[in-house]
Structures are given as C-alpha cells and as structure tokens.
Design a protein around this ligand. Sequence first.
Ligand code: ZN
Length: 161
Amino acid sequence: MTVEEQKKFARTHADLTYHTIEARCRVCGKPLTVEIADIYPELGDPLKAVPMATCNRCADLRNRRIETEERLRRICHHILNQPKSKRTEVATRYAKPIEDRVRDWIKVANQTNGSAVEFDEAMVESILKDPVKYGEVLGRISGLAKKPRPAPQPSLPYKDA
Ligand SMILES: [Zn+2]
C-alpha cells in the first residue's frame, strides 16, 4: 500500500484497531513491524501476510528490478520484431540503451546483495548477438551478485483479541 492509499484506508476505516506484529523482511531479514487491522482475520489468515512482509528498501529494489527488466524486455522484443535481415542493424542502434539497462540491473543487484559486480561489454554483446537471451544475461549478473539467504520468520505472537 502506498502512503496515499494508507491514508485513504485510515480515513475510510477509522474505527479499526490494529495489531502490531513483529516480523522480518523476507528478503534481507531486517526486523520490521506489520500492522494488521482487526477485520483481517475475517478476510483471510493474517499469518499468511506476515511471511510476505518486505521492508521499504527491499520493496523499492524489487520495483526497480522489475522496471529495469521490463524496459530491457521491450527493447529486445522491438529488435526481435524486426525482419531478420535488419535485426543486427537495429540492435546496434540500441546498444547504448541496452547498456544503460544492464548497468541499472547491475546497480540494483549490487545494492540488493552488497556485492560489487562490474559492468562488462560482453554482457551487452551477448544481448546484441541474441536479444532473446536478455533474461539469461540478467540472470547471470544476479548469480554473480551474492544472494542473501532469506531470514527465517520468527514465531508469531498474533492472537485473536
Ligand atoms: Zn528488506
């Protein structure tokens, strides 16, 4: 929920009380609190929501990852939609935007993992050579960045009140 949505929700649900649950970010393991409205148990199992909790930083990184992949995907599909005879020429024109997206991806991967993967021309060359493989290239970069193990969820103090 965005801050705006939260405010709107608070206005339209002013009579709700909330339970604060200690949880951990499912990505980085940072402790965080989850506020669950007391109507939630009627809507579904609130304990299912807690393991999905993500801290703001990880949520932001995730959004940037999705956005970067989507932008690269669009470029690659545009190239792939060209007649075969024109693809190499068109791909060459997109070398710079592709490089920018790859650099974005590396930045996010490094911020996510505290790693220091460096840009390599070969990453862009692989995509230019075969745009269908952009996902593999991104996957290899993610593999190079160390992946943190998801933290185990603490036992949950939630009770029906
Ligand atoms: Zn996190």
